[in-house]
Design a binder for this molecule. Structure first.
Ligand code: ZN
Length: 245
């Protein structure tokens, strides 16, 4: 293990920016205790106008996806609001990763995965700036539970993901989404390194590849996750994207 990576150190090279980014996303949140990964369910849709718009965008996302061209599918649909597009995709990516990890969660245990790693080279320590103010070394299932609960909490916070019509997105919304996606990537990285055999055995690998590919196209299109964050899966990304070249 020669690479330990956690959130205060990995955002930017500028210290004050680093701290700010973490604060933007992580403070002022009344932290909810982890609900357990088994309880992470796709986020419910409410029925107001804002949500209707989002549901429509979600449908557009799925339809464009069906057309097969991911490069096109991730683009902001003409006339749509960028933040709405970020919100819809962020929620969908969260739901997809929840379900994918759910395929192998019973095999991802304290014993099989005593640390949150992506191969030999990368280990992730959890920190949310609220309950965990210092990097917390933990097993993969604990880390993923903390991570998914943290994302779920933010998605359900209407100050961050507004549901009322006309209520604006927070100014730092793009950064919030970038941080969420950066962290969700780590679940993909862990699955690819440590549970790919089980995924293949369960015939979930095809869906895993297509969800991950969509995720990568999206984060690259809007430069939401740094290349260095994506480094653990650089080869997988190359292979998946070369298939489209
Ligand atoms: Zn695991």
């Amino acid at each position: 293990m020669n690479h330990v990576d956690y959130d205060v150190k990995d955002d930017t090279s500028n210290t004050s920016d680093k701290q700010k980014k973490t604060d933007d996303c992580d403070t002022n949140i009344d932290y909810k205790s982890p609900s357990g990964i088994q309880n992470v369910k796709p986020v419910k849709k409410t029925q107001n106008h804002q949500q209707e718009k989002r549901t429509k965008l979600h449908d557009t996302r799925q339809e464009t996806l069906g057309a097969g061209n991911l490069k096109e599918a991730v683009r902001l649909p003409k006339g749509e609001d960028f933040n709405e597009w970020l919100a819809v995709n962020c929620v969908d990516f969260f739901n997809e990763i929840s379900l994918l990890y759910g395929c192998v969660s019973e095999y991802c245990t304290e014993k099989s995965c005593p640390m949150m790693s992506a191969g030999q080279k990368y280990e992730y320590l959890w920190m949310d700036g609220v309950k965990y103010t210092k990097p917390h070394k933990c097993s993969a299932p604990e880390y993923i539970d903390l991570l998914m609960s943290w994302v779920e909490y933010q998605i359900n916070d209407s100050n961050i993901f507004p549901v009322d019509d006309g209520k604006p997105f927070p100014e730092n919304f793009r950064n919030v989404v970038a941080t969420i996606l950066k962290r969700l990537f780590r679940v993909y990285a862990h699955i690819y390194y440590h549970h790919i055999d089980k995924m293949t055995q369960l015939v979930c690998h095809v869906h895993l590849n297509s969800c991950f590919k969509h995720f990568v196209y999206f984060v690259k299109q809007f430069q939401l996750v740094d290349e260095k964050e994506l480094a653990p899966l650089a080869n997988t990304i190359k292979v998946l994207m070369n298939k489209d070249a």
